[in-house]
Design a protein around this ligand. Structure first.
Ligand code: NA7
Length: 545
């Protein structure tokens, strides 16, 4: 006799994607349980509370765009909102969806195993006091950047001062922001200069008695262009959300920037230089995602823009040796995630800021007093690790996910990731991923693009419900074909030929030294077209029973 599951669906994760997916399922009449490892909603915005944390997306294009009530009610205070405001927004959205009641908190999933006889998953938790639950379908909204990664430094646990990873920042127990820590006058060391490190460094430089930045590979950073959101601008946005949505939907990565439909060298030099200048001064990812169409694919065009940004760095940093250390040598502009900054380069002109170039020296160990290099000890009161994440697949790898015949997702992925539209892997029926490897939402303005995947999956779940489907699984050939497609698109862009978290490289994790296809970089319109085609052809590539 077959067993009925406790729930029709379990959603893992209460970030922006998980909350919306749970809401959609519940509204469709599914008996849904949300489970969240942490004690509250918000995902990355709940955990990343480091000083300076804010979105690099224009505020008005980040968030949920399916709820008119929220869109008309919510007024952003800054053009690029800071973390507490984003988290407050998520709490308000959750209130509108009335979704919190459907979630179990402090429920960290340890394993999810498919029961072939009953077409359901048994989900077990790390907390011994939590009983397992069973569900027909599992939606994993684990977040591509939610498994913080520490560096492997000898003595790291011997440090006598305070140390933090930016993604595990102490929280204000009564508010949406960070705990009220005071860094005034302290000797602070920051390791990491990705978008997180850049934001942190800018803030720390304002208050620290002395700030030491331990720099391995610099990134190409461009100005954020933040400022208060004028009420008239917010009114305009509210009246024109459709226009913003159309623009983002037509763009590569869900942002309000469009590539110029010309090759860089087809434009006279004075015109192209003026355009690059304007884009550099423009908001958000203007230069990264709004320059000439060949900048991210043609090495010569890319070199031209890299040289342009290098000149900016040299202009902004007074010490030529420091400027050189801050100019990337291992990759061209836009081949890795471009951090956005506000006065970042000028920080290095301050008397209280020092740069330790890890290309000319190395960290030998962390001691109780600070960080040691062959040249001596950097005495510190605080160490901030802005060292990133076990990106994209890390959160899935932490869970023991078992599919047909007990196969392990982790083992499958060790041999290379194969997905169908980044949403499902062959051999793992009824297990869906939101914003996972190869999903169109991962190289994208995440809430906006994940909503696309969620709406698409929700439509499929309506079909499944209507026809009494108990089991949904992609055919291996369909998944292999999609993954091949994602790989081809990635290889066309220079970022696909560059080591970074985009391509699965992480020097802090053994074995992560080979590039893989973690993203779908073909862009939002292409991804949507692919998904629509699958749907219009009766969910081709799926076996449903
Ligand atoms: P990132 O972009 O992965 O950056 C991590 C940074 O930490 C990067 O500069 C690394 O240098 C540096 N790092 C890591 N380990 C070390 C060691 N051992 N020594 C020195 N430096 C180290 O993470 P973020 O949190 O900044 O951003 C992740 C994404 O979140 C971002 O792209 C946005 O989409 C939001 P490396 O480059 O490896 O030399």
């Amino acid at each position: 006799m077959t067993r009925d599951p406790d729930f029709d669906a379990v959603v893992i994760g209460a970030g922006l994607s998980g909350l919306y997916q749970a809401y959609r399922l519940r509204e469709m009449g599914y008996r849904v349980l949300g489970v969240e490892a942490s004690d509250d909603i918000g995902g990355v915005w709940h955990h990343n509370r480091y000083p300076g944390c804010r979105i690099d997306s224009e505020s008005e294009v980040y968030g949920y765009f399916w709820n008119d009530e929220l869109m008309q009610e919510w007024s952003w205070s800054e053009r690029f909102a800071a973390q507490p405001e984003v988290l407050r927004y998520i709490h308000r959205a959750a209130e509108i969806m009335d979704i919190r009641k459907d979630f179990l908190f402090d429920a960290k999933v340890a394993s999810a195993a498919f029961d072939e006889e009953n077409d359901l998953y048994t989900i077990e938790f790390q907390q011994p006091y939590r009983a397992p639950v069973t569900a027909r379908f599992v939606f994993s909204a684990l977040g591509p950047l939610s498994t913080p990664q520490m560096p492997n430094l000898p003595g790291i646990n011997t440090f006598a001062g305070e140390s933090f990873h930016t993604a595990n920042w102490p929280r204000d127990p009564d508010g949406f922001g960070p705990a009220p820590l005071d860094f005034t006058g302290k000797r602070v060391g920051v390791i990491g200069v990705g978008s997180t490190g850049v934001q942190t460094i800018q803030e720390m430089a304002k208050v620290a008695g002395h700030l030491t930045v331990f720099l391995r590979d610099p990134n190409w950073c461009t100005p954020l262009g933040n400022g208060p959101m004028a009420p008239e601008r917010m009114d305009y946005i509210k009246a024109n959300y459709e226009e913003f949505t159309a623009k983002c939907d037509a763009s590569l990565a869900g942002f309000p920037h469009e590539f110029i439909q010309k090759d860089l060298f087809d434009v006279p030099q004075d015109e192209r230089d003026a355009t690059l200048e304007e884009l550099y001064q423009g908001p958000g990812f203007s230069l990264w995602l709004g320059a000439y169409q060949d900048v991210l694919s043609d090495p010569a065009a890319n070199r031209y823009v890299s040289d342009f940004v290098a000149r900016k760095i040299r202009e902004r940093v007074t010490d030529p040796a420091v400027a050189e250390a801050l100019i990337p040598k291992d990759h061209g502009f836009g081949m890795k995630r471009v951090p956005l900054e506000t006065g970042y380069y000028e920080v290095y002109n301050q008397d209280n800021v020092d740069l330790v170039d890890l290309h000319t020296t190395s960290i030998t160990r962390v001691t109780p007093e600070g960080i040691e290099t062959p040249e001596g000890l950097h005495e510190l009161d605080v160490i901030i690790y802005a060292t990133g994440f076990d990106a994209v697949k890390g959160s899935w790898n932490k869970i023991d996910i078992r599919g047909v015949g007990g196969i392990s997702l982790r083992d499958e992925w060790d041999g290379g990731i194969t997905t169908y539209m980044g949403m499902q892997c062959p051999g793992f029926p009824n297990f869906f991923m939101l914003v996972g490897p190869q999903s169109g939402a991962t190289f994208c303005n995440i809430p906006r693009c994940s909503a696309l995947a969620i709406d698409w999956l929700s439509d499929m779940m309506i079909t499944a419900k209507e026809s009494g489907v108990r089991r949904i699984e992609p055919e291996r050939e369909a998944a292999e074909s999609f993954t091949l497609y994602a790989g081809k698109l990635q290889s066309k862009l220079l970022l696909g030929q560059t080591n970074s978290w985009f391509t699965g490289i992480n020097q802090n994790i053994p074995g992560r030294d080979k590039r893989e296809v973690l993203l779908f970089v073909g862009g939002n319109p292409r991804f949507r077209a692919y998904c629509d085609d699958v749907k219009e052809h009766g969910y081709k590539g799926y076996v449903m029973s």
